[in-house]
Design a binder for this molecule. Structure first.
Ligand code: CTP
Length: 417
């Protein structure tokens, strides 16, 4: 007979990457706390055992009863609860955890953790545990940008604390900016990747993103409308799926996604060189960058002076990074993008074949989609098939596209090559 303390061996645990993992989820007092029942559900679906620890402020945003219902465990709220402490003392709980995840992590809770104060049950557990700590910050954008918060975050990161987000987007006070907690599914993906279970675990992914800048003279350049958001979203989704990600980025205003190495470049030639140096070590290449097809043939050394009459600029073709990678590194799984204003689907299929790619995602440009906006929709094609990913935020689309790519990649002969 099975002893009572033995873990139940659920059928299908092989497909549940968090099976047997014990997570203490610290919920602190921010509006995003209302999303934590969903987060608990997502973690449990993957096999995790979740023990929720709430701060007093968190109760104002989500009830302990909801979190108890979804986690199947009584929520812990206080250091001074004799009955709960008798069941499992706070030091025992700190030892029990394989991971301490704080979501949402408010500015105040981040400050407490940075200072190492044992002010309540959660901060005491954080001091007493040897388990890794992950934080999903959520707060007003100005609180996030404040030097005190940024110092605290840097200090925590230097101690090995993993920061998940925050994402940019609409905030509670009808403001927009960085400060949103990552979605429960994204946090779950990071946790799965942390335990080595992501779909791209152990794979190296090289991503290009953003525009390039082609100088005309020391003060002028040619560029395009790319914001880099789609590429950054894909890089984030690959890292969340367990990949080692290198992001070769043109100039953007975006923060490096968690878990990605970033290499900054400006021109198409620099991007070409940065990619070629790294392509040999990669397993997957994703080209989202809006690389200039042409650059000024000559770059003036001094600022060009106006003469009052028209001038013309001679442009020289740049090299196609994606086509070069596909041609030189047949072992790499390649995903390209195509931005088209007309006949998008047919042109996307044609571009995939012409550049010799495994997969291609087509963007319809215009009508508020594709460039320099937060939303997009995609047409994705591969050898012998295609599908459409309907309009959604680029972060969500990034996840969907990476899931689709990982499906195809894992079935392709390149996966074992
Ligand atoms: N690309 C690249 N290097 C270039 C140009 C494009 O790596 N010098 C990549 C882009 O990152 C994208 C894909 O190629 O993944 C397609 O880019 P797009 O500009 O749509 O296509 P082009 O090759 O420029 O073709 P066309 O001008 O015919 O649309």
């Amino acid at each position: 007979m099975r002893a009572m303390s033995e873990p139940i061996n659920h059928a299908g645990d092989a497909c549940r990457p968090l099976a047997g993992k014990r997570i203490v989820l610290g919920v602190t007092g921010g509006i995003a706390a209302y999303k934590t029942p969903e987060l608990v559900r997502r973690l449990i679906e993957q096999g995790a055992e979740v023990q929720v620890v709430m701060t007093e402020a968190a109760r104002r945003f989500v009830t302990p009863l909801s979190l108890q219902a979804v986690s199947g465990r009584a929520v812990r709220e206080s250091l001074w609860d004799p009955a709960a402490e008798l069941g499992m003392g706070h030091i025992e709980l700190a030892r029990w955890a394989d991971l301490l995840l704080v979501a949402p992590a408010t500015a105040n809770s981040i400050a407490l953790l940075a200072q190492g104060r044992a002010q309540d049950l959660l901060s005491t557990i954080a001091l007493a545990t040897a388990a890794p700590l992950m934080l999903a910050p959520a707060m007003n954008r100005l609180m996030w940008a404040h030097a005190a918060t940024q110092d605290n975050v840097r200090l925590l990161a230097s101690r090995g604390v993993r920061l998940l987000g925050p994402a940019e987007g609409e905030l509670a006070e009808r403001e927009t900016g960085p400060g949103r907690m990552l979605e429960p599914g994204e946090i779950r993906d990071h946790v799965v990747a942390h335990f080595g279970g992501g779909r791209l675990a152990g794979r190296r992914v090289l991503v290009t993103a953003g525009p390039t800048r082609e100088p005309i003279d020391p003060v002028r350049y040619i560029t395009n409308r790319s914001s880099g958001r789609m590429g950054y979203a894909l890089a984030a989704a690959c890292a969340a799926a367990g990949a080692e990600v290198t992001l070769v980025s043109g100039p953007t205003a975006l923060e490096t996604p968690p878990g990605c190495d970033r290499v900054d470049v400006e021109t198409a030639a620099q991007m070409h060189e940065a990619v070629m140096q790294r392509a040999g070590d990669a397993d997957v290449f994703i080209a989202t960058a809006a690389v200039a097809d042409y650059r000024p043939a000559e770059v003036a050394e001094q600022k060009m002076k106006k003469s009052g009459s028209n001038i013309s600029l001679e442009l020289a073709a740049t090299r196609d990074i994606l086509a070069d990678v596909a041609a030189r590194h047949a072992r790499l799984f390649t995903l390209g993008f195509a931005a088209e204003t007309q006949d998008m689907e047919a042109r996307a299929r044609d571009k995939r074949e012409r550049k010799g790619l495994d997969m291609l995602a087509g963007n319809q440009v215009g009508a508020g989609l594709a460039f320099d906006v937060a939303d997009n929709s995609l047409y994705v094609c591969w050898q012998g098939g295609d599908t459409r990913l309907p309009q959604a935020k680029k972060t969500e689309l990034g996840r969907q596209l990476v899931a689709l790519m990982a499906d195809h990649y894992s079935r392709s002969p390149k996966y074992d090559a």
